[in-house]
Design a protein around this ligand. Structure first.
Ligand SMILES: CC(C)(COP(=O)(O)OP(=O)(O)OC[C@H]1O[C@@H](n2cnc3c(N)ncnc32)[C@H](O)[C@@H]1OP(=O)(O)O)[C@@H](O)C(=O)NCCC(=O)NCCS
Length: 262
């Protein structure tokens, strides 16, 4: 959210090979993202063999080559990143899902016992995962012109949000900024867009709707911030239970991801 504080910029670029993470402070959040996630090599058997039977059959059920490859890239990114923090073999990672489908780690390892959590987002050729010792919501969206923008705004945005977009010098980017904030907030709660978006105002300065009773949790003081990824036409937002001082943003290419994963 450029109008409410400093955006976050990419901080470290891997060089020849990927150094998967090992350490993360209790209040820190790392956001890993991978570009070029429609790479054909993602469907090679040597890559598919790195995934679990369940992940492979989930991929098989997805319609569309690009969607399937993006799903596969997301699994490779997740296993590299999470195995690093958990200091375990990627094949030993275990996942469960919440009532509305939010995946979480259930591996019996010290990092998970200490509360390590993640959230994943995919849009067009980018996949991204946020990791920290707290509930997180991440959303990334490729900006594109919306043919029925007015109808979309009326259906999905509160009156204050519609006004925010209308008054913006760059309405399209403001629209995606708000859109990412909504999804990041609902994903942090684990609700996803199961909850009506219009009833979830997230414009800068507004009071969040307090949806925790829907998931049986006490109210938290959520912070939603935009991530200024160095990717033209992409908007992104991160939601956490308290402001994260300076999230580390770590870029990878799909080629690096393919090489890096054991
Ligand atoms: C999750 C959801 C917000 C995805 O939005 P999106 O912008 O299309 O996709 P994103 O790429 O940002 O996020 C997708 C990822 O979020 C995660 N996710 C799935 N459900 C989630 C939830 N309820 N909360 C948080 N994260 C969720 C998954 O890791 C998913 O990755 P995958 O598609 O590779 O499996 C949307 O699909 C949703 O709301 N689903 C749950 C609500 C619902 O209808 N549930 C039906 C059962 S009650």
């Amino acid at each position: 959210m450029t109008r409410e504080g400093s955006p976050v910029h990419a901080s470290s670029v891997p060089e020849d090979r990927v150094e998967w993470p090992r350490e993360l402070s209790p209040r820190g959040v790392d956001v890993w993202y991978c570009t070029g996630s429609h790479h054909p090599a993602l469907e090679e058997s040597s890559v598919l063999n790195r995934l679990t039977v369940e992940q492979r059959s989930q991929a098989d059920r997805l319609a569309g080559t690009k969607n399937r490859r993006s799903f596969l890239a997301a699994r490779l990114l997740l296993q590299g990143v999470l195995a690093g923090y958990c200091e375990c073999e990627p094949s030993s990672l275990e996942y469960s899902t919440g009532a509305f489908g939010k995946p979480f780690l259930s591996s019996p390892c010290p990092a998970v016992t200490a509360g390590l959590q993640f959230n994943l987002s995919r849009s067009a050729e980018v996949v991204a995962v946020a990791v920290g010792y707290m509930p997180l919501g991440l959303d990334i969206e490729k900006q594109r012109p919306l043919t029925r923008e007015r109808a979309f705004l009326a259906r999905q945005f509160s009156p204050a949000e519609q006004e925010y977009v209308r008054c913006s010098p760059d309405p399209q980017s403001s629209l995606f900024e708000i859109w990412c904030r909504k999804e990041a907030y609902l994903k942090a709660l684990g609700l996803g867009i199961f909850h009506p978006l219009k009833k979830c105002p997230v414009a800068p300065g507004c009071t969040l709707p307090g949806l925790e009773p829907l998931i049986g949790q006490p109210r938290l003081d959520w912070d939603i911030r935009s991530l200024a990824l160095p990717l033209p036409d992409y908007a992104a937002a991160l939601c956490s239970p308290a402001p994260v001082p300076s999230p580390r943003v770590i870029p990878l290419t799909c080629a690096e991801l393919l090489e890096a994963t054991p």
